[in-house]
Design a binder for this molecule. Structure first.
Ligand code: ZN
Length: 462
């Protein structure tokens, strides 16, 4: 039986008891004496008083019928405003990680437009609202609105008859919205009502939220910018489309800071798996473009026809590859708990290393376009520029590779890693770099891929 079926069943039973014991329910709810004829046919929707716009029957936005004849004029008006509250908008809802009741049930929070928050359950005996109208414990329109929304998510036969509300909003007939929240679960109720449900903490500062939203939105950046590049100020190479895109992103961030439900929805749409697939598609594309850029420069010399920089020589290529390795490492560090990010990062890093170790040659040895080629190997040999001169400092690619789980490094790449080892050994590789590579290879070998395949699959962060 699903949780929902269970919830419906238990609530259904509760309400059958309710209807069977209508008299008991009537005794349980505090009502005025003039309510004693409540089992009579209901009065018309028209108010009993021609002046007061406060009918005793209210039909809510969820099409539930409420008998508010026991309420005084003020409370009738409040109930009507809440139950018919088309102007009330849920931003998002969340479960508190503090303030548990003695039986372990946490408080649920409902963040409504105009910076109003309704809290239900947990230690609270009755719902609370921050709007100010709820100070004396009598429900305000927001509390009635939330209660109506919650009760509308239980099965139809529970809510056929006109319902009675308690003045504090804690009971509808003899059902507590707080109990529905506990039985059915806030996440499922939010799903039924298409409310945004917050299941993770929001960023602590506006700056953090801004960074996060910019990273997410970079999946749409029209020049295929990586998250870190998208964040930096525009360069002369920034296209008009990218500039417009950055303006749009800024606008979106302003609204997301005001209404975190936008932030939460962006997180649901651009889920971590999608974000990571787009990121590594861009990375793979960049790796190809970077090596092709160098090859094209070597073959044809500086070009004015392509949009990139004029000189795509060995130092420029080395700089771009170093930046790509850093971008991969940064992305992995921010997404360590996302499924497959380590696998994708390992594949991209090993591709870069493999292709650099193929290039222990003077790149300009056979050029035909009349440049005086630099004689310094650091300037004409990609391998020397990135690995051959790496005596101290961070070993190119290896520092990023080392931080990945080693089974993800060895999986599918064992043959390539051995090829790289052979090429490094034949290339006069500086001892510190060679040592780091050997120990990495040793770590990978300790856990062959066959041992890790049967392990628990990692869960994507939601
Ligand atoms: Zn309120």
């Amino acid at each position: 039986m699903s949780a929902e079926q269970f919830s419906r069943l238990s609530l259904g039973e509760a309400m059958v008891t309710t209807r069977a014991g209508a008299a008991k329910a009537a005794r349980a709810s505090p009502r005025s004496p003039r309510d004693s004829n409540q089992d009579q046919p209901l009065p018309s929707i028209e108010s009993t008083s021609p002046i007061s716009p406060t009918p005793s029957l209210v039909i809510s936005t969820k099409n539930l019928h409420y008998n508010v004849s026991a309420f005084d004029t003020d409370l009738r008006r409040t109930a009507k405003r809440g139950l018919e509250g088309n102007d009330i908008r849920m931003k998002y809802c969340a479960i508190s990680d503090e303030e548990d009741s003695p039986d372990g049930s946490p408080t649920k929070y409902f963040y409504i437009g105009d910076d109003i928050t309704v809290a239900i359950g947990g230690k609270l005996k009755r719902p609370k609202c921050t709007c100010g109208a709820n100070d004396k414990g009598i429900a305000c329109k927001h509390i009635y609105w939330v209660a109506d929304q919650i009760i509308s998510t239980v099965s139809d036969d529970v809510v056929k008859t006109p319902l009675h509300l308690s003045p504090d909003g804690s009971m509808i007939e003899d059902v507590k919205p707080a109990d529905i929240l506990d039985n059915k679960g806030l996440a499922m109720i939010a799903n039924d009502l298409r409310w945004v449900y917050r299941d993770d903490d929001l960023p602590e500062s506006n700056e953090e939220m801004k960074d996060d939203v910019i990273s997410k939105l970079s999946v749409f950046e029209p020049q295929e910018a990586l998250p870190g590049e998208f964040r930096s100020p525009e360069s002369p190479l920034t296209s008009e489309r990218s500039k417009k895109y950055q303006e749009f992103a800024d606008l979106f961030i302003q609204y997301a800071i005001r209404d975190p439900s936008l932030y939460l929805q962006v997180h649901k749409i651009l889920d971590p798996d999608f974000e990571s697939r787009v990121f590594f598609e861009k990375i793979d594309n960049r790796i190809t473009l970077t090596f092709n850029g160098l090859d094209e420069y070597i073959a044809n010399g500086p070009t004015t026809t392509s949009p990139g920089p004029l000189r795509f020589d060995v130092p420029s290529c080395a700089k771009k590859l170093t930046a790509l390795v850093k971008a991969i490492d940064d992305f992995y560090q921010h997404h360590t708990d996302v499924e497959d990010v380590a696998v994708r990062a390992a594949a991209a890093l090993i591709t870069i290393l493999d292709r650099v170790t193929d290039r222990n040659v003077n790149a300009y040895a056979g050029i035909t376009w009349g440049m005086e080629a630099p004689s310094d190997p650091v300037k004409n040999n990609l391998y020397v520029a990135l690995i051959g001169t790496c005596v101290d400092g961070e070993p190119f690619v290896l520092d990023a590779l080392e931080s990945l789980p080693q089974e993800d490094v060895s999986r599918n790449h064992w043959g390539t890693l051995q090829d790289i080892q052979r090429k490094l050994a034949a290339s006069d590789t500086p001892a510190p770099y060679m040592d780091t590579f050997q120990s990495l290879l040793y770590e990978s070998r300790k856990r062959p891929a066959s041992e890790t395949r049967g392990g628990e699959p990692k869960r994507a962060m939601q």
